[in-house]
Ligand binder design. Structure first.
Ligand code: KIV
Ligand code: ZN
Length: 386
């Protein structure tokens, strides 16, 4: 029996921290409703102390969603925790997520606090949050660059104070997979009480390793992954939900875990996030990019037409797409052109196809992609007029 990895989606909070990606209340509610249908266990809806608008958005999401937990972020302060609870307290399943940095560099230059002061503030914050709900998450910001023993000391103390989810963030995306996996294993081994709570990770993508680091953490016992749709988020973004989930699903024997994500909803929610935030998805983005299931090379097109699994490790239907796309360009072969022409209404004889294929290759040498309109023109010139 596979263990479950809980998915906390933070598109509405860390994703919104992508430059220019801010969302209003109606947009957050629309997305939250779709995230709930997607099957995420928890939706981090925002940071209520950050602004009046974010407070209202979190409060509205908390009213509208009932299956997923609704999480409100708060710094380790009474003011932030009060705002978080006010915004999220009426949710069917509310959670307060409080955080404090534990790395020397953050404690010295940002917080101006000693280790003892950070330890005390973290415990006070968790105890205060627990006076509202028993569903409290604590994050050690910049955890991956913290002294591992101090990290374990803080985690032990906040578990004793009542935290139910302990989150280890790679806040600046500095970790590499084997090292991050080892840190997760170290924390599990050296934090008394860790087995009573859920160990979570939250990775950033500054070196393009967020998904790999999250997988390494899961391999070493993390059981909540914090992710965003399309991997959007602060700077280079966060762990992408679709890449993480599809890796676990496509390679089912790699890790003995499963998620509750309804993958056939992935493509449409990716489009919705892109539309709402105004952030286009790069064409070669894994899973949801426009080219992720597109084939141009003739040999590939031939293979995919014979059996899609020759060049596709996932079925497009599993993420909610109907078919793979054959892109007509200079690498396409006669077989693929024939098939594509049929789908746009031209069933050519062998002789006609030969003619059109020759003209198609000439055109494809000049144009990156041959559009359906171009093909129609070629058929009209090459076949119908001969
Ligand atoms: O990256 C980070 O450390 C965060 C925390 C607030 C979890 O976003
Ligand atoms: Zn973050």
């Amino acid at each position: 029996m596979k263990e479950k990895v809980y998915i906390l989606d933070t598109t509405l909070r860390d994703g919104e921290q992508s430059p220019g990606a801010s969302m209003n209340t109606a947009e957050k509610v629309r997305l939250a409703t779709q995230l709930e249908k997607l099957g995420v266990d928890a939706i981090e809806a925002g940071f209520p102390a950050a602004s009046e608008g974010d407070f209202e958005a979190v409060a509205e999401v908390a009213r509208k969603v009932s299956n997923s937990e609704i999480v409100a972020l708060a710094r380790a302060s009474v003011h932030d925790i009060d705002r978080a609870w006010k915004a999220v307290g009426h949710a069917a399943k509310p959670r307060i997520h409080t955080f404090l940095a534990t790395s020397d560099i953050h404690m010295q230059y940002k917080l101006n606090m000693s280790r003892d002061e950070v330890l005390k503030s973290a415990v006070d914050a968790v105890k205060y949050a627990c006076s509202f709900t028993d569903n409290v998450e604590f994050s050690a910001e910049d955890g991956s660059r913290s002294d591992p023993d101090f990290l374990c000391q803080v985690f032990e103390a906040v578990i004793n104070a009542g935290a139910k989810v302990i989150n280890l963030p790679d806040t600046v995306g500095y970790a590499v997979p084997h090292e991050f996996g080892e840190l997760v294993a170290y924390v599990r081994k050296n934090t008394p009480g860790i087995d009573k709570v859920i160990l979570s990770v939250h990775c950033h993508n500054d070196l393009g390793l967020a998904v790999a680091n999250t997988l390494a953490a899961i391999e070493n016992g993390a059981r909540q992954a914090e992710v965003t749709i399309n991997g959007i988020g602060e700077r280079a973004g966060n762990t992408s939900l679709e890449e993480l989930v599809m890796t676990l699903n496509t390679r089912p024997t790699y890790l003995p875990v499963t998620t509750a994500i309804e993958t056939t909803r992935i493509y449409r929610i990716s489009r919705l996030v892109s539309m709402i935030t105004g952030m286009p998805v790069q064409p070669n983005k894994a899973i949801v990019g426009a080219n992720a299931f597109a084939h141009e090379a003739g040999i590939h097109q031939h293979g995919v037409l014979a059996n899609p699994m020759t060049y596709e490790i996932m079925k497009p239907e599993t993420i909610g797409l109907t078919t793979s796309k054959l892109v007509m360009g200079k690498h396409s072969g006669k077989h693929a052109l024939h098939k594509h022409l049929k789908t746009i209404g031209y069933d050519l004889s062998e002789e006609e196809l030969k003619l059109v294929f020759k003209k198609f290759k000439e055109l494809a040498d000049k144009k990156k992609v041959v559009l359906d309109e171009d093909l129609e023109a070629l058929v009209n010139e090459g076949v119908l007029r001969t």
